[in-house]
Design a protein around this ligand. Structure first.
Ligand code: SF4
Length: 335
């Protein structure tokens, strides 16, 4: 039986300033087993990165707040850990993260080998000596396809793709159980994207890690993921196995819209069909279904009442088309 690694249950996150409250993540739940890859998909502003930062407990100190729900890793509640416990035993050790932009993730005045060694020295659970750490740095560079002799180079001596490989090496140095990759190939050109993705999938399989892959690209999801969770306006509106999302019969209208926005080489189309309209203002979310102002199938009930989830095995869709059950009214209640 597959062993559960991560459980996120009813997670709610807000950003609060003196003037407004942004409801960034609204009661999302998903599970991840050991060795599985889940793709978190959605437009910019859907709450994907906020979800990742909540798991890492790296939300902006003054404004970001987790106001409800639970996050458990191997049965341990991450939200109950002190900052010191999080830093010493979890962040970088059990959970690694690859940030969006490799150009800013690396320190420009430190040799790349030293940046990989830093993570190893900080956690150093195996009590490695300096020689061991040096050897491990070489191994990590070779693992991501960079010759070990380049450890004495600085980030500006590497191309974008090579810098991203270094960032991946840093994230993997301590062999985390969970790797969060936040749009790891967005800053790279298409050919390098494919190489980096293939390498990440190979490493994930070899090291038997679980991975949360944040992306807005469904093509990447099809190549790399086992499960998919589609986010919209801070909610998970559809989730399931890759086959549920790519070949299943029932879909949330937003997921249908996402698929309509990508080219299909097997179908002749004159124009791609984008989803009309924009993501709602997160300080003033619509009542009922958050997608209702943009949905071509919107009904009266959608404007006032949150849809209940339709559930079929692991496939879940939050839409009145599949479930007419009524949940409580209203959008975010924390404004
Ligand atoms: Fe469209 Fe209604 Fe479904 Fe929302 S609940 S996606 S508005 S049909």
């Amino acid at each position: 039986m597959e062993k559960s690694l991560l459980k996120v249950k009813d997670l709610e996150v807000v950003y609060k300033t003196d003037f407004e409250t942004v409801c960034a993540v609204n009661k999302i739940s998903f599970d991840l087993n050991q060795g599985e890859v889940i793709g978190l998909v959605g437009e910019t502003g859907a709450g994907k990165t906020t979800t990742a930062l909540s798991i890492m407990r790296l939300l902006p100190f003054r404004t970001g707040k987790i106001i409800g729900g639970a996050i458990e890793l191997e049965g341990k509640s991450l939200l109950d850990l002190s900052e010191n416990e999080m830093r010493k035993g979890y962040r970088g050790e059990k959970i690694g993260m690859i940030f969006q932009d490799p150009m800013t993730a690396l320190n420009p005045v430190t040799k790349v080998g030293d940046q990989i060694a830093e993570a190893l020295k900080y956690h150093n659970k195996e009590k490695m000596t300096t020689v061991d750490i040096d050897k491990r740095v070489d191994e990590m560079l070779e693992l991501v396809g960079i010759p070990a002799f380049r450890k004495n180079d600085y980030p500006h001596q590497f191309s974008g793709g090579m810098k991203q490989r270094v960032v991946i090496a840093i994230a993997l140095a301590c062999e985390p159980d969970l790797l969060i990759a936040d749009e790891p190939t967005t800053a790279l050109d298409v050919t390098i994207q494919a190489q980096v993705l293939a390498m990440m999938r190979e490493l994930q399989e070899r090291l038997k890690m679980s991975m949360i892959l944040i992306t807005h690209d469904l093509g990447i999801v099809a190549q790399v993921c086992d499960k998919v969770a589609v986010m919209y306006a801070g909610e998970l509106i559809e989730q399931g196995r890759v086959e549920d999302i790519f070949t299943g019969q029932k879909h949330h209208p937003y997921t249908v819209g996402l698929f309509g926005s990508i080219p299909n080489l097997n179908i002749e189309t004159e124009r791609l069909e984008p989803i009309d309209g924009l993501m709602p203002d997160p300080t003033d979310l619509p009542k009922g279904c958050k997608f209702s102002p943009r949905c071509k199938q919107c009904m009266e009930i959608c404007k006032t009442t949150q849809p209940k989830e339709y559930v079929n095995g692991e496939h879940r869709i939050a839409c009145h088309l599949y479930s007419s059950s009524i949940m409580e009214e209203g959008g975010c209640k924390h404004a």
